[in-house]
Design a protein around this ligand. Structure first.
Ligand code: G1P
Ligand code: ZN
Length: 543
């Protein structure tokens, strides 16, 4: 008997969110909890039987234990071929690439992205479909429905596989390849970007500082930036993945990477900096004395697409998530290409990428990506920026300032109010919704409202409608505030307030961001009554 069927009642009814199922480690440690969800995946995706599955994770606490369980369940559920990253590691974009490269039915990725790890931290599991992207809503709904029905699960009783050894093994009737997590991804990067220009730029003595935040990006960054592109040893810091990310918060933004921001200040600072999140799909880019916003990153990459081999002569469309600043819209207009505004979350880009309507996309939440995979891609974003810096022979700051001078600057900031009660979060949104009718043409904190709605999106490829995706308030002159509740948190509610202010005047573009946003911040408070509804006077995280 190659496997046993466990009839012990699994924990039923686990609803995956936009980024899969994300919970505290202790929740995942309950008996049969993980198994219920994994069995539900096999039920919802019957093609996995006899098919190929990609498997890996960001190395966080529980990663290897959960992988061994999933390997045994995959064998018992009839998966024919499984590729798993050595030591159980795969960055999210590398997993997406492997799914596509091997025409797999899909992939199971173990990650809670930028959320802290360790025994007290978070764990997560998500299923990516055959296009390499996050499961579409239809599929997550089917997985959820299956979690309600699972009464037993299939598990091989074969011993654990040694994930330290690269190679092929036969495992309870399934062919398993333990693969170098970086190799295929590195080949892909080399095909997309101007490695010769980057190599020459580094050889000329320019310096890099990359921070992997003790997460899965480390091995990728070492191989690409140091081994292949010639950056000196130690250009990549915190490169060894740790189960608890050394106690840190593996989220690349100026708040959680304050030390990197410091390192990038002043004479003698490195020329180029970047950081990546837990599963290496997010990125933050810095130059000497310069911190780039993700919204500007997207706009500048679009404007310079002709300098990046991947896009040269083939950029027909771009997309941004709704709360992302409208900087890229101006570029699309100037280039005469399409520009899509989608709800928050990478999966909405998937259809547009699959249909060839866009080749480049991004989110304000430090996510940038393109059509080479179906996930955002942190390492790729840093390489694409280095490509620009090397070809233009200008610093990050010079490139962005020239961009603002041409297109105007969209000042941008996100204010997060974390750990609110779910009720308080709901009250803020309900308050805003109640004010929407009749708001247009009124003055809020001195700003004239030109648009006020609850963002709804019709997917132009499959016609599906997504409603209530965030409150959008636009003001005359190009300011805007957006409100939404986080869909990825594991505790209480997080209110996100997205603030934007546009100026074409070069003399105004050097202002400090929060002061440039003063009027919009006041309008946000007046509209949402954040203090009255939550008791909070200041945001917990300002990025
Ligand atoms: C957050 C970001 C969103 C991103 C998601 C997954 O979601 O805001 O842009 O797609 O993480 O990385 P949120 O917590 O806002 O729902
Ligand atoms: Zn991530």
């Amino acid at each position: 008997m190659p496997h046993t069927i466990h009839a012990t009642q699994p924990i039923q009814g686990q609803k995956p969110g936009t980024s899969g199922l994300r919970k505290k480690v202790a929740v995942f440690q309950q008996p049969h909890f993980l198994e219920n969800f994994v069995q539900a995946i096999f039920l919802a995706v019957p093609e996995l039987k006899g098919g190929t599955l990609i498997l890996g994770g960001d190395g966080r606490y529980l990663n290897e234990i959960a992988l061994q369980t999933i390997l045994k369940m995959a064998a018992a559920n009839g998966v024919a071929r499984l590729l798993v990253g050595q030591h159980g590691l795969l960055s999210t974009p590398a997993a997406s690439h492997l799914i596509r490269l091997h025409q797999a039915v899909g992939g199971i990725i173990l990650s809670a992205s930028h959320n802290p790890g360790g025994p007290q931290g978070d764990f997560g599991i998500k299923f990516n479909a055959g296009n390499g992207g996050p499961a579409p809503e239809k599929l997550t709904d089917a997985i959820y429905a299956a979690t309600l029905q699972v009464h037993e699960y299939h598990l091989s009783n074969a011993p654990d596989i040694d994930l330290a050894v690269v190679g092929e093994v036969e495992f309870a009737g399934m062919r398993v390849s333990v693969v170098d997590p970086v190799a295929d991804y590195a080949v892909l990067m080399q095909q997309l970007l101007d490695f010769d220009a980057i190599r020459a730029w580094i050889a000329a003595g320019h310096t890099l500082r990359l921070d992997a935040l003790h997460a899965v990006g480390g091995p990728y960054a070492i191989r690409l930036f140091e081994d292949m592109l010639g950056a000196p040893m130690n250009s990549v810091r915190n490169a060894a993945p740790q189960p608890d990310f050394a106690g840190g918060h593996p989220d690349p933004n100026p708040v959680y990477c304050a030390d990197l921001v410091d390192t990038m200040q002043g004479r003698g600072a490195p020329d180029f900096g970047a950081a990546f999140d837990g599963d290496a799909d997010r990125n933050m880019i810095l130059g000497r004395d310069f911190v780039l916003t993700p919204s500007d990153s997207l706009a500048v990459l679009a404007a310079n697409a002709a300098l990046i081999p991947q896009f040269k002569g083939r950029l027909t469309g771009v997309a941004r998530s709704m709360p992302t600043s409208r900087a890229v819209d101006s570029v699309a207009k100037a280039l005469g290409i399409d520009c899509y505004e989608t709800p928050t979350g990478w999966k909405f880009f998937g259809n547009l990428l699959d249909a060839g309507r866009i080749q480049l996309c991004g989110e304000e939440s430090y996510g940038t990506g393109a059509d080479h995979v179906r996930e955002k891609d942190g390492i790729w974003a840093a390489l694409a920026w280095l490509n620009l810096v090397a070809v233009r022979k200008q610093s990050v700051a010079q490139i962005v300032q020239a961009h603002w001078a041409q297109f105007g600057r969209h000042f941008y900031s996100r204010h997060d109010y974390e750990g609110l009660s779910v009720a308080a979060g709901d009250v803020v949104l309900a308050t805003l919704r109640s004010k929407l009718p009749g708001l247009v043409n009124t003055l809020v904190a001195g700003l004239c409202v030109t648009l006020a709605d609850d963002f709804a999106y019709t997917d132009s490829v499959d016609g599906s409608l997504s409603q209530q995706q965030g409150i959008r308030i636009e003001f005359a002159g190009g300011s805007r505030v957006v409100f939404r509740l986080s869909g990825t948190g594991t505790e209480g509610a997080t209110l996100r307030v997205y603030l934007e202010h546009y100026t074409a005047e070069v003399s105004e573009q050097a202002q400090e961001t929060q002061s440039a946003l003063k009027a919009v911040i006041a309008a946000a408070e007046e509209l949402a009554g954040i203090y009255a509804n939550t008791g909070r006077t200041v945001a917990d995280v300002v990025t």
